[in-house]
Write a protein that binds this ligand. Sequence first.
Ligand SMILES: [Zn+2]
Ligand SMILES: [Zn+2]
Length: 291
Amino acid sequence: MKRLRRGARKRLLRWTRPARSLRKEEYGRLVDYHMHTRLCGHAVGEPEDYVRRAIALGLAEIGFSDHMPLLRERDERLTMAPEDLPVYVGMVRDLQTSVDEIVVRLGIEMDYIPGQMEEIWNAASDYEFDYVLGSVHYIDDWGFSDSRYVASYEGKDPDSFYRRYFEIFREAAERGGFDAMAHPDLIKKHGVAPGLRLSDLYESAAEALASADVAVEVNTSGLRKPAVDIYPSLPFLAACAERGVAVTLGSDAHSPGQVGMDFDLALRLLRRAGVGEIATFEARRRKMRSI
Ligand SMILES: [Zn+2]
Ligand SMILES: [Zn+2]
C-alpha cells in the first residue's frame, strides 16, 4: 500500500491548512445535509447533539440522512434494521417539532443496488423524505468502501475497479431516482490511485448527472479518510458545475463533533469550481440558495 500513502500525502499538501474557521454568517448560508444517527450502528451521539452543534455553528439548515436498511443483508454495524426505519423517521420528526432555531430536514442515504431498486423504493414508500441521497458503496458484490475490509483491495486492478465504479455511478444517477448523488468519487476513499485518465470518467459522470438533473454532493468526509480529499475532487466538481449540475453539501457526520466539519475547505472548493449556490430540498423539491 505504498501508493496509498504517497497519494494521500500529495493531497494533504494540496489542502494545507491555513483553514480559518468560517464566520457565523458564512455558516448561515450553508447547509449540512449528510448526518447519521446511532441507529446505523457505526455512528455515535444523540440526534439532539448533532442539532445543537449545527445551531452553535450557525448553519442555516441541516438534514439527517442515515443509511437506508439493506434488505438482503443484515449487518448491525452497517445500516439500521428494516424495523428501525420508522424509529429513525420518528426521531427526526420529533426534532422538527421540538427545535425552532434551525430547519431540520428528513433525508435518507440509499444504496444503489442494481436489480433491487424496486424493492428498496418500495420499503421507503411509506415515508415522506425531503430528499434521498444515492450512494454507491458496492461494486457488484464488493463493499469497497467498508473500512473493515481494506484487505479486499489486494490483487485488484485499480483501473478496472475505477471504471466499473463510474459505470455504476452513472447508472445510479440516470436510473436510481435520487435527488442527489452522495460522495461522488467515493472510490478514492482508501487512497488507491488508478493509472487511467480520470478526467474522462469525471466528464461522463457529470454528463449523466446533468442529463438526469440529479444534484451532486460535496462531502467533506474524505478529508478524514486515507484519500485526504473532499468528494468530489476539484476537476470532477468543475466538470459538474460547467454542465449546470446542482450541488448540495454535507459533512457525513457520524458524531456530533463532525457536523459542518471542514466546511471552510468545502467553501473554498466550491468557489474554485465556480459554484455560487447550493441546493436545498423540501418534500423532494429543490430550491437553490446562494452561498
Ligand atoms: Zn455511515
Ligand atoms: Zn455513504
